[in-house]
Design a binder for this molecule. Structure first.
Ligand code: MN
Length: 242
């Protein structure tokens, strides 16, 4: 059997092709999955679980149903927050059958200790973003945001999305990528020989050295309207499809 990893779908009403890719993918892993891990930026943005019952999130209901079906069929599913969908909460977890994971999670993946995280925490060269990240992850800020009327939250999320795009345009590619030292330190601190993350949209399997031992950093790919991207791992093989 196989464990599946996906990230950076950026599900959004404006790109229905990605939603369809996801529904196809979820149907295809049915019956051949030990577990499914979603490592962040599943949604382009998420303004709160209370949106689930409203027209705003109606477009995501087929996804919620499909996840729920997969979970009900006995596949454990895990959800880690990205920098876009950090407000996904217990309401979403309950509706889908997913278990929410902390920012960093170490799992035993067929005998290999493996660290899972979204990836934005490793982009330490982007100082401006790291400050914003601190704000978005602040429980008080989150509570305040969630207490706004839904329409206002959607407006703010749309504005933040535009701002984020503008910030990225002015920055060098290297600043937006992970910092190699942060990778080494984070993996060493977690005591793992494998790291799986998303965020950078630069899918690849990198060989790294952690504590003088060979190790691996696997970067998941982002999704497009005509194709998904996923990692499958079993006892013998690691396969990254982009
Ligand atoms: Mn991200």
């Amino acid at each position: 059997m196989t464990t599946w990893f996906i990230a950076d779908l950026h599900l959004d009403a404006s790109r229905p092709g990605i939603t369809q890719q996801l529904l196809d993918f979820l149907a295809s892993v049915q019956g051949r999955a030990d577990a499914l891990y979603i490592l962040g930026d599943f949604f382009e943005y998420w303004v709160g679980d209370d949106a689930l019952g409203t027209p705003h999130a109606a477009v995501f209901l087929p996804v919620v149903d499909a996840l729920q079906r997969l979970s009900a069929s006995g596949v454990p599913m895990y959800f880690q927050h990205g920098n876009r969908d950090f407000l996904v909460g217990e309401g979403f977890a309950k509706a889908t059958g997913c278990t929410l994971l902390p920012e960093q999670q170490v799992i035993d993946l067929y005998g290999t200790p493996t660290l899972l995280l979204h990836g934005d925490s490793l982009c330490t060269d982007d100082v401006e973003y790291q400050q914003l990240r601190k704000l978005f992850r602040n429980p008080q800020w989150q509570q305040q945001f969630l207490s706004l009327p839904l329409g206002e939250r959607i407006q703010q999320a749309e504005a933040m999305r535009v701002q984020s795009r503008m910030r990225m345009q002015g920055k060098a590619e290297t600043i937006l990528d992970v910092n190699p030292q942060a990778v080494v330190e984070t993996m060493a601190a977690a005591g793992v020989s494998r790291l799986i993350h998303g965020h950078t949209h630069r899918p690849a399997v990198h060989d790294v050295t952690i504590a003088n031992r060979p190790a691996q950093r696997i970067v998941l790919g982002d999704w497009h309207e005509d194709r998904g991207s996923f990692l499958s791992v079993d006892a013998g093989e690691v396969r990254l499809t982009v």
